[in-house]
Design a binder for this molecule. Structure first.
Ligand code: ADP
Ligand code: MG
Length: 199
């Protein structure tokens, strides 16, 4: 796993899908998710020091996101990378990745208090983290674990469509939030798709 490649590819995918993320956030939010994330990840890539080991590199990316992106998702994705980076050793194998991803998810939950089926990024992130943990327990390789996580994130993301939002801006719409895919969960699916191509 190359953390610098991961962040570059994540930034590229988010920029490529900015209009789609904007469209999703326009339906159940305020249409700023694509622009917020693109701006933050542009700053992350600009500040990347590819010589850093993976942990400090992800921690730095998290701090950049927290300091450059307003709204809910910037601090939440920032906290995810910050906590993940702090927990990741220098040689990320499947076990280390599972531990670091769990620490990142715990940070997101501490900050946003989301639970399953609240229709947030949690609904894609939690199944992806669980998939890596399961792969680690089964002795699978890193690419196998990440492929499973990416599939789980895609499924979790699609599963947000029928949900009624209970957290974040979309919750103001109550029942009217149903029938739309959550923008943050969509970004999580891109996060794991980009991790897949960096291994
Ligand atoms: P804002 O809602 O402030 O405009 P964004 O549009 O950038 O921020 O991000 C919206 C996304 O943030 C949502 O689609 C959802 O996935 C995520 N989100 C919002 N609140 C929470 C929360 N409390 N916990 C986890 N994720 C959340
Ligand atoms: Mg928004």
């Amino acid at each position: 796993m190359n953390a610098a490649d991961w962040l570059r590819e994540f930034a590229r995918l988010v920029a490529e899908n900015e209009d789609e993320l904007t469209r999703l956030d326009a339906a159940i939010g305020d249409a700023d998710h694509g622009a917020n994330l693109t701006r933050g990840l542009t700053a992350v890539v600009a500040a990347l020091d590819a010589g850093d080991p993976p942990g400090p590199l992800l921690t730095a990316a998290g701090l950049t996101l927290i300091s450059t992106v307003g709204g809910a998702a910037g601090p939440l994705f920032g906290t995810f990378f910050l906590r993940m980076g702090n927990a990741l050793g220098d040689e990320p194998d499947v076990e280390a990745l599972a531990t670091a991803l769990r620490a990142g998810l715990d940070g997101v939950v501490q900050r946003g208090k989301a639970e399953a089926k609240d229709k947030t990024m949690y609904d894609a992130l939690a199944p992806a983290v669980e998939a890596v943990e399961k792969a680690a327990a089964a002795g699978q390789s890193l690419p196998e674990a990440i492929a499973a996580a990416s599939t789980a994130a895609d499924e979790g993301c699609a599963a947000t469509i029928p949900l009624v939002a209970r957290k974040g801006r979309a919750s103001y719409l109550r029942e009217r939030s149903t029938g739309h895919q959550d923008p943050g969960a969509t970004t999580v699916a891109l996060l794991f798709r980009s991790l897949r191509s960096s291994c």
